[in-house]
Design a protein. Structure first.
Length: 374
């Protein structure tokens, strides 16, 4: 039986996220989906809008084999054809199912570096992100529900509720936060194991409300590249390149991560040594989606958690550019609600957020729903 929520989600992706127009070409890329219902709805919906859909289906088992056997020549060849295709597109929707989210855990770091530098960066960082109307999302699977510590049925209900949120209302609530971030210079963050300072002066501020990620809910900018000093202790696990990292602690001096520790110290330092920009940060963002309360080892959800922020070693986005360039972009999340240890964020000495709740009167709309539900 067809679930009508699939069609509702497809409409959000086509109309709100991609704003798809007649005659435009759209690439729908699906990875490890358990069934094709959403892809079919997107194809039929794109065609009904007079657009031209193209579909590619990928399997993470096959991708693992490609990464494990990667050479510069093989990654160059893959990028050549995917680059040519992406350059033809006006829009892109990426749907990831991931039957096994740790599928790439045994791919050696040098091989992943080859993929990142010669394939991913060429196709996605240099073409898809700056030159198409794009959106990426996960798909509800049993393994996804397990990571969220929920039954499959309960997770499915949660997933569709969060992914089809009122993004127009979210955009309105974010406006005063955007104004405050644009006016701010010095940011100070304190919490358990954390005392961090940096500048965001003159870096563009970008509100995210359903036009690039589903689910969405964040306002991001970037630290001035050499301005970060202090220590940060992340309290949220992160799965990156197939490995689950926890207890991540960074020490910064003049923007650079000079000391990094975690449960996998060798792996985390290997990632941070990928290139010259990997130990500098390219993004800082405040999470504003209060429907998402707890981490589930999935960055697209975890980075939006109400009362959280994330800090990102690696590549800066061109639309909020601090000049940092890297083949990695790793969003790491710290939740500051009381149930995760609390904490404070200050802008130029003024308390902006305490224990996950925004303090100024003009930001109270961003607190709605923060203390509701599980």
């Amino acid at each position: 039986m067809h679930d009508p929520r699939i069609d509702q989600l497809a409409d959000v992706l086509l109309d709100h996220s991609c704003q798809l127009q007649k005659g435009e070409k759209i690439l729908i890329e699906a990875i490890d989906l358990p069934e094709p219902n959403l892809v079919c709805s997107l194809v039929e919906g794109a065609a009904a809008r007079g657009a031209i859909p193209l579909v590619t289906i990928k399997d993470q088992n096959v991708q693992r084999s490609l990464y494990r056997t990667a050479t510069k020549e093989s990654m160059d060849l893959a990028a050549k054809f995917e680059k040519a295709r992406m350059e033809e597109m006006n829009a892109y929707i990426g749907i990831r199912g991931a039957a096994n989210s740790s599928q790439h855990a045994d791919v050696d770091q040098p091989q992943m570096d080859l993929y990142q530098e010669y394939w991913s960066q060429v196709v996605h960082t240099l073409i898809r992100v700056p030159k198409t109307k794009w959106v990426v999302l996960r798909y509800p699977t049993d393994s996804f529900a397990q990571a969220a510590k929920m039954s499959s049925r309960a997770f499915e209900d949660f997933y569709f509720k969060v992914c089809t949120a009122d993004y127009a209302a979210m955009a309105e609530a974010q406006k005063p936060l955007v104004a405050r971030m644009e006016a701010a210079d010095q940011v100070r963050i304190v919490g358990p194991g954390t005392e961090l300072e940096f500048s965001i002066k003159d870096i563009p501020v970008i509100p995210c409300n359903g036009d690039r990620n589903i689910p969405d809910g964040e306002v991001f900018t970037a630290p001035v590249r050499d301005s970060i000093n202090g220590k940060i202790s992340f309290n949220t696990q992160s799965r990156y390149q197939g490995t689950v990292f926890s207890d991540i602690v960074f020490e910064f001096k003049d923007g650079k991560i000079v000391n990094a520790s975690a449960n996998e110290p060798e792996k985390i330092n290997a990632i941070l040594d990928s290139d010259d920009g990997a130990r500098y940060c390219g993004e800082w963002s405040l999470g504003t989606n209060n429907h998402v309360k707890h981490p589930m080892l999935d960055t697209l959800f975890d980075e939006k958690i109400g009362g959280s922020f994330h800090l990102t070693p690696g590549q800066a986005y061109e639309i909020a550019d601090n000049g940092n360039r890297s083949r990695i972009h790793w969003d790491l999340v710290l939740i500051q609600r009381p149930d995760y240890g609390g904490g404070e964020v200050y802008f130029d000495g003024e308390l902006l957020r305490k224990d996950g709740r925004f303090v100024p009167d003009d930001l109270q709309g961003l607190n709605i729903g923060l203390n509701e539900g599980p």
